[in-house]
Design a protein around this ligand. Structure first.
Ligand code: C2O
Ligand code: CU
Ligand code: CU
Length: 487
């Protein structure tokens, strides 16, 4: 029996053992099955370092991927059958040419990049099939772990699920001086976390039910960098994980099997002043974090996640599942063996005295009274009682002014994202923010209430506004999004 046939028969058994594949408890099972097969080495997306060339060409095209274990699945990617390359950029201008070889409109939104609305790549900059979008990105921000993905209104969920997403790194060439691991794919690892829902034939079709549209589309298998059941083979030293939650809806509660802490070095918007030790790292869809783990003198360890039940706002429920096992291989050489003491990043601290508070209530249809009759025609979700509309600007802000927003997520956790800015989390439910939320952020997982502060430096005219939305893609596509101009 081939490995995939074996996987498949196990999967078939699992599928028949459960009535529906929706329960989050299913996620752990295919993972145990894969652990019994011979370990396959995790691969990493190609690195395109454009810090010298200042130019990148991306082609979005359909592909097929077997996720290294399942049957052939129809996917899409940028310059690849699934997902895209890691784009490394630095301060200054970089020209990107995005060619659309898909049969539908797509876009490339630079999530976390502080650039004018006109080049932000959101729903107002669609790229028609067969055409090329040329854009110059004026980069003026510090090193940060960003990402890019398609962002067509109503289609972001299916397109990102298919694979139209990739990682982006703003770099300044000084990570060596910071004492950080820098060997791409050796001790400096892009880790794209996604879950996929494979059916009993091995297909992973995106077909959200009404329940999925309400709660988010969850998978039943863990996929890392487009692979199921892979193991990261790493040198026995400090390993840098550039974590991206690129899942449509799954929230991860990350921790190490050995109990060693995750040493967080960067959040969405860049480096922290110094590493922060976390026993658990909660990472919602759209969020990134860079962490160091220490495999010095250890044969291996494993990155695990607790089950998060968003309908109950429950975290760490039941048995954890394996996200990514590590094994060390001394022949890969010795990398960094000492944890850096300082990283040189800053913590945001806005002076919010005298600012007006803007309330942003995230309404989940059918729950907590959020469903307004006016929202019905557009989608089941909304913000402040209204579903997103492409030709309605929800508000206009002044460039340079400090803004303070209160985000309300009363019936579910929502990862709230704002375009064109990095913000400060001022408080969560009236208390100081969790340690993981102290740095610069562009997406924050809100459970209850959070207050954020920010200043927009780039303009966004009415014809190219910035988005603010929940990053559970079924919520975003279902109307939990708004847009604003900055002038
Ligand atoms: Cu990651 Cu509006 O998007
Ligand atoms: Cu964004
Ligand atoms: Cu949401």
């Amino acid at each position: 029996m081939t490995r995939s046939a074996l996987m498949l028969s196990r999967r078939r058994f699992l599928a028949s053992a459960t009535a529906t594949a929706v329960s989050t408890a299913v996620l752990a099972r295919p993972l145990r099955a894969t652990a019994q097969t011979a370990p396959r080495a995790l691969r990493y997306p190609e690195l395109i370092d454009a810090t010298q060339s200042r130019r990148i060409t991306l082609t979005a095209a359909p592909g097929r991927s077997d996720f290294d274990a399942m049957t052939d699945v129809a996917t899409a990617g940028f310059n690849a059958a699934y997902l895209g390359p890691v784009l490394r950029l630095s301060r200054g201008e970089t020209e990107i040419a995005l060619e659309n070889a898909m049969a539908e409109e797509i876009s490339a939104h630079w999530h976390g990049l502080i650039v004018p609305g006109e080049v932000d790549g959101g729903p107002h900059q669609p790229v028609a099939p067969g055409t090329t979008w040329k854009v110059v990105l004026p980069i003026a921000q510090d090193p940060a772990p960003l990402w890019f993905h398609s962002h067509i209104h109503g289609r972001t969920g299916p397109q990102v699920y298919a694979g139209l997403a990739g990682m982006m790194q703003i770099a300044d060439g000084r990570d060596g001086e910071r004492g950080l691991p820098t060997a791409h794919g050796v001790d400096d690892l892009p880790i794209i976390l996604q879950d996929k829902r494979f059916d009993d034939t091995g297909e992973a079709v995106y077909n959200p039910s009404m329940h999925d549209r309400m709660m988010g589309f969850l998978g039943n298998a863990m996929v890392v960098n487009g692979q199921v059941g892979a193991t990261a083979v790493v040198p026995p030293g400090l390993i840098r994980l550039r974590l991206l939650n690129g899942s449509n809806a799954r929230i991860y509660d990350l921790h190490m099997r050995s109990g060693q802490p995750l040493m967080m070095i960067a959040s969405d918007g860049g480096f922290l002043p110094a590493p922060v030790a976390l026993d658990r790292l909660l990472l919602g869809p759209g969020e990134r974090a860079e962490v160091l783990i220490d495999l010095t003198g250890a044969p291996g360890d494993s990155l695990l996640s607790g089950m998060v039940d968003n309908s109950m706002m429950g975290i760490g429920i039941g048995e954890p599942f394996e996200v990514l096992p590590f094994v060390t291989d001394a022949s890969l050489g010795a990398g960094v063996d000492r944890l850096p003491e300082v990283l040189g990043g800053t913590l945001p601290s806005f002076d919010t005295a005298g600012t007006i508070l803007r309330r942003i209530a995230l309404d989940t249809g059918g729950m907590g009274g959020g469903m307004m009759s006016g929202m019905m025609g557009h989608g089941p979700h909304g913000i402040n009682g209204r579903a997103y509309e492409m030709d309605r600007i929800d508000f206009t802000l002044k460039q340079g002014e400090v803004q303070r927003w209160r985000i309300e997520a009363l019936s579910m956790m929502h990862p709230f994202h704002v375009h064109g800015v990095q913000f400060q989390v001022l408080s969560e439910n009236g208390a100081p923010p969790a340690p993981r939320n102290l740095g610069w952020k562009d997406t924050v997982l809100v459970s209850g209430m959070a207050e954020i502060a920010m200043r927009f430096v780039a303009p966004a005219p009415d014809h190219a506004p910035y988005m603010y939305h929940c990053h559970i893609l079924e919520h975003e596509d279902g109307g939990m999004m708004g847009q604003f101009a900055v002038s």
